[in-house]
Design a protein around this ligand. Structure first.
Ligand SMILES: Cc1cc2nc3c(=O)[nH]c(=O)nc-3n(C[C@H](O)[C@H](O)[C@H](O)COP(=O)(O)OP(=O)(O)OC[C@H]3O[C@@H](n4cnc5c(N)ncnc54)[C@H](O)[C@@H]3O)c2cc1C
Length: 255
C-alpha cells in the first residue's frame, strides 16, 4: 500500500456503541481516494507516528481499520474500534481519543463486495469484522438469503446489523459455557443449496486455520467464492501477526 495516499483525519465525534466498541467520526482533509470505491470491506492503515518515516524506510506502527461510510464530498468517514484493553496502539488510542485529536491514514484498500449473483451468502466473524459485515449486509439486495454468524463477548456486545429478512443473524457469546467457537458454529449451520459467496474475517486462528479449510475442502466452496482474512491474532501485535501471516503464506506456497 506504499502508493496509497496519506491523509489526516480529525476526530469530530465519539460514540460508545457497546461496552467493547467505540465509534469515532472523522473529518478528512482529502478523501478523494475513496471516490468510486466499491469494496464493502474497504480499509485504511492508521499511521501512529510520522507518515514521512515510511518513505525513509522507517516503520511507524500501522494498524488496519474498516472505513465506514466514506463521503469524499463532505470529507467524512467513521471507524468502529474494538477497545480490547490496555495492550496495543490503536485500541487504547481510540478508547481515549477526543474530538480535535488527529491521526494520519493511508488508503483505501479492499477486496470484497457481495456477489449479487450468488444463491446465498455466508458472513462469519468477530467484533473486528462487524463493521465490514454490516457494510456488506447493507449492500445486499432485499431478497438476499444466507447467514451472518458473529462472535462477541456477551449479549451486551451485540449491535444492529440491518440484515435483509432472508439472512439469519446468529450471535455467539464467548461468555456462554456452551459456546464452542466460531468455527463450530459455522460447521453446525444447515447448508443451503446453490452457490454460496462467503466472507469470513476475524481472529486469524479461527478464520484461516479452522473455517477456511472447512469451507474449501469439506464444503467444496471454490477459492474465488471465498473471502477469508485474518484481522487480528490472539496474543500477537499487528507486527507479530504480519510475520505469522507471511510464514503461513510461505508454508502454503511450498506445500
Ligand atoms: C482489513 C482489516 C480491517 C479491520 N477492521 C477493523 C475494524 O473496523 N475495527 C476493529 O476494531 N479492528 C479491525 N481490524 C483489526 C485490527 O487491525 C486489529 O485488532 C489490530 O491488531 C488492533 O491494533 P492494536 O494496536 O489495538 O493492538 P495490537 O498492538 O495489534 O495488539 C495488542 C494485543 O491486543 C490483542 N488484540 C488486537 N486486536 C484485538 C481484538 N480485536 N480483540 C481482542 N484482542 C485484540 C492482540 O492479540 C495483542 O495481544 C481490521 C483488520 C484488518 C486486517
Amino acid at each position: 500500500m506504499g502508493s496509497k495516499p496519506v491523509t489526516r483525519l480529525t476526530v469530530t465525534d465519539k460514540e460508545r456503541l457497546t461496552p467493547g466498541m467505540v465509534r469515532l467520526r472523522f473529518h478528512g482533509e482529502d478523501l478523494s481516494a475513496f471516490a468510486g470505491s466499491v469494496f464493502t470491506d474497504r480499509y485504511v492503515k492508521l499511521v501512529f507516528g510520522d507518515p514521512a518515516a515510511i518513505e525513509r524506510g522507517e516503520r511507524p506502527a500501522l494498524r488496519t481499520y474498516t472505513a465506514l461510510d466514506p463521503d469524499p464530498v463532505a470529507g467524512t468517514l467513521a471507524i468502529d474500534f474494538v477497545v480490547h484493553g490496555d495492550a496495543g496502539v490503536a485500541g487504547p488510542w481510540a478508547a481515549t481519543a477526543e474530538p480535535g485529536d488527529t491521526i494520519n491514514v493511508r488508503g483505501p484498500g479492499g477486496a470484497y463486495a457481495p456477489d449479487a449473483t450468488a444463491d446465498w451468502h455466508l458472513f462469519a466473524g468477530d467484533e473486528a469484522a462487524v463493521p465490514a459485515i454490516r457494510q456488506s449486509l447493507a449492500a445486499l439486495p432485499d431478497d438476499a438469503e444466507g447467514y451472518a454468524v458473529v462472535q462477541v463477548d456477551t449479549a451486551a456486545h451485540e449491535q444492529p446489523l440491518g440484515a435483509p429478512a432472508g439472512v439469519e443473524v446468529v450471535w455467539l457469546h464467548r461468555s456462554d459455557p456452551a459456546h464452542a467457537g466460531l468455527a463450530d458454529a459455522v460447521r453446525a449451520l444447515p447448508w443451503r443449496d446453490g452457490r454460496v459467496h462467503a466472507f469470513v474475517h476475524g481472529e486469524a486462528q479461527a478464520v484461516m486455520h479452522e473455517i477456511r479449510p472447512f469451507l474449501l475442502h469439506e464444503r467444496g466452496v471454490p477459492r474465488e467464492d471465498l473471502s477469508v482474512s485474518g484481522y487480528w491474532r490472539q496474543g500477537r501485535t499487528e507486527e507479530a501477526f504480519r510475520e505469522w501471516k507471511a510464514a503461513l503464506a510461505a508454508t502454503e506456497a511450498a506445500g
